[in-house]
Design a binder for this molecule. Sequence first.
Ligand code: NI
Length: 265
Amino acid sequence: MANTAPQLTPQQIVQYHINGYIALDALTTPEEVAIMREIYDDLFERRVGREEGMQFDLGGSDEEGIKAKLPQILQPSRYAPQLKELQVYANAQAVAQQLLGPDARQTGDHAINKPPLDGAETPWHQDEAYWDPKQLYESMSIWIPLQDVTVENGCMQFIPGSHRLDIVEHQSIGGDVRVHGLEVCDPKVDVSQAVACPLPAGGCTIHSNRTLHYAGPNKTATPRRALILMAGLPSKPYPAPRRFPWNEAKRTARDQRALATADKN
Ligand code: NI
């Protein structure tokens, strides 16, 4: 099967702008998914980026010697540059340009590897809540599962239309400031309208920087691997003073490691 960028239909583009997300059955081929999985598993096995705070537990206190609830790697393509040579990166950029115009560019990648038979969910959040509040964003996350995903192993779920909200109130997961991961704590958010998006391996969901999303715990016996490619228009200065106090409150082991590594250099 040829590996070229999907051509979105006008309906899909409208759907993205109305709902704040879409799902595509194929962003890349099974052959390429097999290559991605091999690179992906190797990065987690070798714990790349651990020392400088780029690999950590998104869902827990991230202490050494304790099994991570939600192992995450920021910028995996920095540790495996061959990832960027894969067609899936070019396809993601082409899709981003179909949604946001020719100025859309890839802005980074990350990986969340949900362990088997583990109770950790990825709680409801908006991605922008993690970022610099001084910037205004128009961007998307292209979430690519490296095996089939269902509700049972933690496929993505979205609240349609939630991308039109402002950034709602967040906190560290469980209110524990040692945890990097965020969760919505705004009582106005109604998650009863959530839509789950099961997908085949190598498909993707695409959601905007403000779309509320969630992934349930992985109740199956195999890991739930997802590679997330970020793309968007260049950010601009936010037009008003803005703060995200939930990020200022964090005291994570990850940040400590990053600081200690920076001091050494
Ligand atoms: Ni997210």
